[in-house]
Write a protein that binds this ligand. Structure first.
Ligand code: HEC
Length: 150
């Protein structure tokens, strides 16, 4: 076998083969799809946070309280109706999920939504202590209400 590899023709063949593998590997890497809006990074939500029960029942009062914060802190990205086409989102060229679609938050617990609102995610800034925990739960109810009647 080694006497074959030492022949110039075979060396050239080996060289071309490696170039081919290199090019194929690089182009395969480039073809990988961009990360989806709902990325696995959400898996970082601690289990205890995800399991927290929502102490605030969704009611017209809760939704009315949340509407104020939604208009102030959320609508510029998620849009007033929650479809994700807010003006800031388009300025920032970020693609947001559509809360008017009932499947969007189907697999999320209230605790997870609470955690995302409190701590932010990707390009979304955290609400942190700007709002009270009760108001954060109101927003959880509000986000869920955006797909009602669909
Ligand atoms: C600067 C733009 C921006 C603002 C302001 C913003 N968000 Fe977001 N939001 C994002 C981005 C980016 C994501 C991550 C991508 C996605 O899931 O749409 C996100 C994700 C979310 C999610 C998780 C969606 C999922 O994938 O399950 C929720 C819930 C949410 N936002 C609610 C809110 C609420 C409530 C407010 C206001 C308190 C708010 N956001 C303010 C940009 C924003």
């Amino acid at each position: 076998m080694s006497h074959l590899i030492s022949k110039p023709k075979f060396r050239l063949a080996f060289f071309l083969f490696f170039v081919f593998v290199l090019v194929a590997t690089l182009s395969a890497q480039q073809e990988q799809p961009a990360p989806k809006a709902t990325s696995p990074a959400y898996a970082a939500i601690p289990v205890e946070a995800a399991r927290r029960a929502n102490p605030i029942k969704s009611s017209p009062e809760s939704l009315a309280r949340a509407k104020k914060w939604w208009a102030l802190d959320c609508a510029m990205c998620h849009n007033a109706n929650g479809d994700g086409k807010g003006s800031l989102a388009s300025d920032m060229k970020i693609k947001l999920v559509d809360f008017t679609n009932p499947t969007t938050l189907k697999d999320r617990t209230d605790g997870e939504v609470f955690y995302i609102i409190k701590n932010g995610h990707q390009d979304m800034p955290p609400e942190g202590d700007r709002i009270k925990p009760e108001e954060n739960w109101d927003l959880v109810n509000y986000v869920r209400s955006l797909s009602k009647g669909k």
